[in-house]
Design a binder for this molecule. Structure first.
Ligand SMILES: [Zn+2]
Length: 85
């Protein structure tokens, strides 16, 4: 009986975890959509050359200073100017 009660409690905790993760993932999706809408409406008036990679492999891109969108590949000239070549 005691073992059964513990098992039920663990099952409930894992339900709770699932619910929390689902809820948070939903919020992340909603926020990402909101960011995309803002970036869609931005005219990208100015941009900087930045490494947008989160791992060891560099990914140098043009990033809008205003909305932080990744708006494309820099030219060789831009790579040189920013010390990436
Ligand atoms: Zn922008």
């Amino acid at each position: 009986m005691i073992e059964e009660a513990i098992f039920e409690e663990e099952a409930m905790e894992s339900d709770e975890t699932k619910k929390n993760v689902d809820k948070l993932k939903n919020e992340v999706n909603k926020l990402n959509t909101e960011i995309e809408e803002i970036q869609d409406n931005c005219k990208h008036p100015e941009y900087s050359i930045k490494n947008v990679s989160s791992d060891a492999t560099a990914a140098i891109r043009r990033v809008c200073d205003n909305c932080k969108a990744n708006i494309g590949y820099p030219s060789n000239d831009e790579l040189k100017k920013n010390g990436y070549m």
